[in-house]
Design a protein. Structure first.
Length: 543
């Protein structure tokens, strides 16, 4: 068990290092965070000096402000100061990767996204091992390589940072629920939720769900809601202080100054079923690009039937809250991203129960996880910041033309973006997968399971290629983008079946993985295969 634990942690380290090798080109969201970091470091909340570098900004009383919540910028100021001390901006300007501020944004991403992403995977592994001993590493690697967490951990967005804070609060509350009652643990969880709201306002939904979870242990204990709510309030103090400093009001936020956020509740209206469908099933839809999350839903049901009803309801509550709010938002995909980025917070919650399906349905989970990992690895090394459903063709086009995002190789090889650039990422990601396999007690895959898994992979390819166009889901998503203020969305050349090539590539690689897994597990003696999980469970139970 000690060897498996170390191997699992090593797998997660490899995945984190893989993300650290990518130097992504920046976008408005990233430059808005970067502008706010620099402004705060120089003693002012407004970004007048840098406002031309970003479109994510708001004008108030003659000054420009970042439209991002300040939480990520506040914790990144020390990292920015350290970069200044080693002449980071000068080194960035002379770098051969992209030249300019890209490398500074990348360096801050290591602190603000890669490191929180690493911590998030460790927490998912910890909870997965707690709920299904032996399979926590598999769940964590699935999250880290097969969901939006991978590309977003290479970008200076706040989503991975706040997902880490929100999920860390869940881990604390789970441990407190399984052990002696502790108001201190409850206070720490509330503090994490409060600061996550400072960094990203919709974390309030996670805070509400976790608050109910925390109170359900002892409804009659009046101290628990007071401690939790008080800690959340303390965590939000940095946001209130920043608002007072910037706008002269304790409650004013930059979001309120954006024209589209002045209708509804900061741009959120009642959920739309059509928007819900586009979020999940368009060519950038969550379940089209990361179908392994379907196993997270199945795992949640399994968790409930095992008696972990409270935890299953927390996962379901967080998922419903975020899908519901995002279905009512005027810009559901959040601009140029490889998927619905506002749903990132719920991904670690949904990834944990995948540990159960890795044990119970290994072949079927492998089929969907293989597809998800192939897609998001390709997305990350080519061009994650696409703005339209039809732009998903970019990913395979860049693959075939050997045009990749710059990496640490590019910084030392005359800015190369050819096939050599993504090699460090691919090697480290592959190492993480191999180590995860070594850290997991795999049950044998039967011929029937193999056939079902192959059929599932083929069914996904058919749906991903045909459904978004045939059912008009992509067109509806482009209409949303057009109505949000982008006149070009409906003027683009209509690309039919934009996921054709990507779907076939993901299907081919996944079928090859299934064949290898079937062959490897089938070579083991039947008795040994049957006893491996049992020995693992016995070891954990004895502890």
């Amino acid at each position: 068990m000690r060897l498996r634990r170390r191997t699992g942690i090593a797998a997660i380290v490899c995945v984190a290092l893989a993300g650290a090798t990518i130097i992504q080109t920046f976008s408005w969201n990233q430059t808005s965070h970067y502008a706010l970091i620099r402004s705060i470091a120089h003693g002012t909340p407004h970004i007048d000096r840098y406002q031309e570098e970003t479109g994510d900004k708001a004008l108030d009383k003659g000054h420009w402000y970042s439209s991002r919540a300040p939480g990520l910028a506040l914790v990144s100021v020390p990292a920015y100061g350290a970069l200044l001390a080693i002449h980071g901006p000068q080194l960035a300007r002379h770098s051969r990767a992209l030249r300019g501020a890209d490398e500074m944004v990348w360096a801050l991403t290591l602190w603000g996204a890669v490191l929180p992403g690493f911590g998030l995977l460790l927490l998912v592994r910890w909870m997965g091992e707690r709920l299904e001993p032996g399979y926590g590493t598999a769940a964590a690697i699935t999250l880290g390589l097969g969901t939006l967490i991978l590309p977003l951990s290479t970008l200076l967005f706040s989503h991975v940072f706040t997902a880490f804070l929100g999920f860390a609060a869940f881990c604390l509350l789970l441990r407190e629920r399984d052990g002696p009652e502790s108001l201190l643990v409850l206070f720490l969880a509330g503090l994490l939720i409060g600061y996550s709201i400072t960094a990203e306002y919709p974390l309030l939904f996670t805070g509400v769900v976790l608050g109910v979870y925390a109170m359900s242990r002892a409804w009659r204990d009046w101290r628990r809601p007071l401690v939790y709510a008080g800690a959340v309030a303390i965590g939000v103090i940095p946001l209130a202080v920043y608002d007072k400093w910037a706008y002269g009001s304790w409650t004013h936020v930059a979001y309120a100054d954006l024209p589209r956020h002045q209708s509804g509740f900061f741009g959120i209206r009642p959920p739309s079923f059509e928007t819900f469908i586009t979020l999940l099933f368009s060519s950038r839809g969550l379940l089209i690009l990361a179908p392994v999350l379907i196993m997270g839903v199945i795992g949640t049901l399994m968790l409930y039937r095992r008696g972990r009803c409270a935890e299953a309801l927390v996962i379901a509550g967080v998922v419903l809250a975020y899908v519901g709010y995002n279905s009512g938002y005027y810009l559901p995909f959040g601009g140029g991203t490889p998927g619905p980025r506002f749903l990132t917070t719920m991904l670690p919650f949904l990834a944990v129960p995948i540990a159960l399906t890795w044990k119970r349905f290994p072949a079927q989970t492998l089929a969907l996880a293989g597809i998800s990992i192939v897609i998001f690895c390709l997305v990350t090394i080519t061009h994650p910041l696409i703005g339209y459903e039809t732009e998903t063709t970019t990913w395979t086009r860049y693959l075939t033309t050997h045009w990749f995002q710059p990496t640490i190789v590019s910084a030392f090889a005359n800015g190369t973006r050819s096939y050599a650039a993504p090699l460090p990422f691919l090697v480290l990601a592959a190492a993480g997968l191999v180590l995860a396999v070594r850290a997991t007690p795999w049950p044998a895959i039967s011929r029937t399971s193999f056939a079902i898994a192959a059929a599932i992979a083929g069914g996904w390819a058919l749906v991903a290629i045909v459904a978004p166009t045939w059912l008009g889901i992509d067109h509806r998503a482009l209409e949303n983008t057009h109505n949000a203020g982008d006149p070009k969305a409906l003027e683009l050349p209509w690309g039919r079946w934009p996921l054709t090539h990507l779907g076939l590539v993901a299907l081919g690689i996944t079928l090859a993985l299934l064949v290898v897994a079937w062959w490897l597990t089938g070579r083991r003696p039947r008795a040994e295969t049957a006893n491996v999980p049992m020995r693992e469970e016995t070891a954990w139970a004895s502890r």
